[in-house]
Write a protein that binds this ligand. Structure first.
Ligand code: NAP
Length: 256
């Protein structure tokens, strides 16, 4: 098992992509702290899934948009699991709206969680990772950070910031043997995109994706496992797309 003896913290690990990441890192051998903000029962279900297969896991409540709560989250993870080597900054939200009429509070909420959470948790682990000269950070970003979509100016801005932060933090922390990378997920079947599925089950969007399907959370988790493990030991500052080819295509449709 590639992550035997390692401890990982997955923010927003209670459901969706974070849950799949927590389960995958545990299957790779890591002890895992499953962070959540409000749905305690879902976090406990993820912990139960890991422990029932012989893994080690704890659930820790914290709002990563708050710097003090993020610092407590890291302290409680280390106290509960005896160390920390891997941080997966996964917690994220979407509040879609048009630029000209969205409530500014909703606009900023997305920035506070999606960028603030990544910064607060990275800040909270950095001293420990630097002094042990061993640490690995994987940020769950999105291809939306490299492009735009109607109604997602806040979400795109947040993920664009996460992509830039990933590269900058990777350069800053590399001399302490701390790696920082990001997974840029495309459409992934979770509650976050539930609204898109309501009309036609996502068929109209899927037709535009080269691989013709949304990602599963487990497919995104596979990329996280690679970046969090020893097989990517010479990779840092990388933005790895897991999007079924979506962002690589010209937006001109198929030839007739
Ligand atoms: P999801 O199913 O809605 O799950 C979101 C998770 O984040 C939940 O565990 C939630 O905890 C947690 N969370 C939200 N705000 C939090 C906060 N302030 N503090 C701590 N935890 C918080 O979403 P998802 O689709 O799995 O998304 C996970 C990540 O992947 C996000 O960063 C998202 O932007 C990114 N992503 C998703 C897609 C997609 O198509 N689904 C595509 C690209 C990137 P509670 O349950 O307790 O609220």
């Amino acid at each position: 098992m590639t992550l035997e003896g390692r401890v990982a913290l997955v923010t927003g690990g209670s459901r969706g992509i974070g849950r799949a990441v927590a389960v995958r890192l545990a299957a790779d051998g890591a002890a895992v702290a499953v962070n959540y903000r409000s749905r305690k029962d879902e976090a406990e279900r993820t912990v139960e899934e890991i422990t029932s297969r012989g893994g080690r896991a704890v659930a820790v409540r914290a709002d990563v948009a708050d710097a003090d709560e993020a610092a407590r989250l890291v302290r409680e993870t280390m106290a509960g699991l005896g160390g920390l080597h891997i941080l997966v900054n996964n917690a994220g939200v979407a509040r879609d709206g048009l630029v000209h009429d969205q409530d500014p509070e909703d606009w900023w909420e997305v920035l506070k969680v999606n960028v603030g959470g990544v910064y607060h948790c990275t800040r909270a682990v950095a001293g420990h990772f630097m002094s042990q000269r061993d640490g690995n950070i994987v940020n769950i970003s999105s291809v939306m950070g490299e492009g735009g979509w109607i109604g997602q100016s806040n979400y795109s801005a947040s993920k664009g910031a996460v992509n830039a932060f990933t590269r900058a933090a990777a350069i800053e922390l590399s001399r302490f043997e701390v790696r920082v990378n990001a997974v840029l997920a495309g459409f992934t079947a979770t509650e976050l995109i539930g609204g898109l599925l309501e009309k036609d089950g996502g068929r109209a969007i899927k037709r535009q994706l080269p691989l013709r399907e949304f990602a599963t959370p487990e497919q995104v988790a596979g990329a996280v496992s690679f970046l969090a493990g020893p097989d990517s030991s010479y990779v840092t500052g990388e933005l790895l797309r897991v999007d079924g080819g979506w962002a690589g295509q010209l937006g001109t449709g198929r030839p007739k």
